[in-house]
Design a binder for this molecule. Structure first.
Ligand code: NAP
Length: 325
């Protein structure tokens, strides 16, 4: 018999860590396979809430099945509801430590809880890095024209025809800048050095685009505007001089940090900190019985729909693992 809604089994069959599209999809598939998964959805903090990055996205227009778009928060609430409708139990706690050398695995939570599990899906995502300057977080949360995801938010009517700033000098910044030329009047790439980090091909594409202009050696020190972004306060990295720049949107593209610290080196990571998966089209990590899905292992696509797809894969692989060992 699967454990009742409030009970924690010892050991649990499958524990899912994380509550974005990957985590909830893994839970939905596992629950429908009668595995009665337990989900650690995470504890709310200043920079992250259960549900992951979509909780900061106003309108999701590229998730198939929603012809009129859907709010990021509504979408994640529905993912959660769908998982709970089957036999998924949810703990609003972070997993802060694991012991993956033990069998069953041991997971310790922010509330001091210890749960043992025969299989684990790690779906803790990655956090977009922010500049951490005044005005940025407030205008990002209120949908006031600041975003860390051009593919998610760039097509919104808000940005049409406006002058848009993209901060960063890597491939993400080039990609976001090129993408935004479809909607914006002009795109300004603001980089803190005079040399880009992006690959040659992405640099060439961005530089060849007449709608993109580069501002070199500039750092953003403040995002201006009350309800909506009005501009940026910039500082010259060489002279220290400050100036104001009028813009109607800001996309921060300075990289992502995968949430793998709690794994404490117990599963293989790539050089950039994302979980390494030994076999292509498989989500099992180098530790048999531990699977990884979504942005925590994906440094390439980073989309809600691809994350959900890998959540499904992880649950199906976990089901096989539990059946056959
Ligand atoms: P990234 O390569 O780490 O680049 C981050 C950029 O942001 C760097 O130019 C960095 O400046 C700048 N930056 C970092 N912190 C900053 C801060 N506090 N203030 C201002 N600027 C800051 O990250 P990414 O562009 O997200 O790319 C990550 C990986 O994904 C890369 O391997 C990339 O090739 C890959 N990717 C590939 C594609 C593609 O091929 N289409 C698209 C996106 C990403 P500095 O240069 O001065 O350090």
């Amino acid at each position: 018999m699967p454990p009742s809604k409030t009970e924690i089994a010892d050991p649990e069959s499958l524990v899912v860590v994380g509550s974005g599209p990957a985590g909830w999809t893994a839970a939905i598939y596992a629950a429908r396979a009668n595995l009665a998964p337990l989900v650690f959805e995470g504890a709310p903090s200043r920079t992250m809430v259960p549900g992951g990055q979509l909780m900061f996205t106003t309108d999701v227009e590229n998730y198939p099945g929603f012809p009129d778009g859907v709010g990021g928060i509504d979408m994640m609430m529905d993912f959660r509801k769908q998982a709970v409708r089957f036999d998924t139990r949810v703990l609003t706690e972070d997993v802060v430590a694991v012991d993956l050398s033990a069998r069953p695995f041991v997971l310790r939570s922010s509330e001091g809880r210890e749960v043992r599990a025969k299989a684990v899906v790690v779906a803790t995502g990655a956090n977009a890095r922010w500049l951490g300057v005044p005005g940025e977080e407030r205008l990002a949360r209120s949908g006031g024209g600041v975003s860390a995801c051009a593919v998610c938010d760039g097509a919104l009517p808000f940005f049409r025809g406006r002058t848009i700033a993209v901060v960063g000098g890597g491939d993400s910044a080039m990609e976001d800048a090129l993408y935004m030329t479809k909607f914006a009047g002009e795109v300004l790439v603001i980089h803190r050095r005079a040399e880009l980090r992006a690959s040659r091909i992405m640099q060439d594409r961005a530089m060849a685009n007449p709608a993109i202009r580069f501002l070199w050696n500039k750092t953003v020190v403040e995002v201006l505007g009350e309800e909506e972004i009005a501009g940026l306060r910039l500082r010259d990295a060489e002279t220290g001089d400050e100036s104001s720049l009028e813009v109607g949107g800001l996309f921060v593209a300075i990289g992502h940090t995968p949430n793998t610290a709690f794994l404490d080196g117990q599963i293989d990571l790539k050089d950039n900190g994302y979980v390494r998966l030994p076999a292509s089209w498989r989500t099992e990590t180098n530790v048999p019985g531990v699977f990884a899905a979504g942005d925590v292992m994906d440094d390439f696509y980073r989309q809600a729909v691809s994350a959900a797809g890998t959540g499904c894969m992880a649950a199906l692989e976990a089901e096989r693992f539990l059946a056959h060992g």
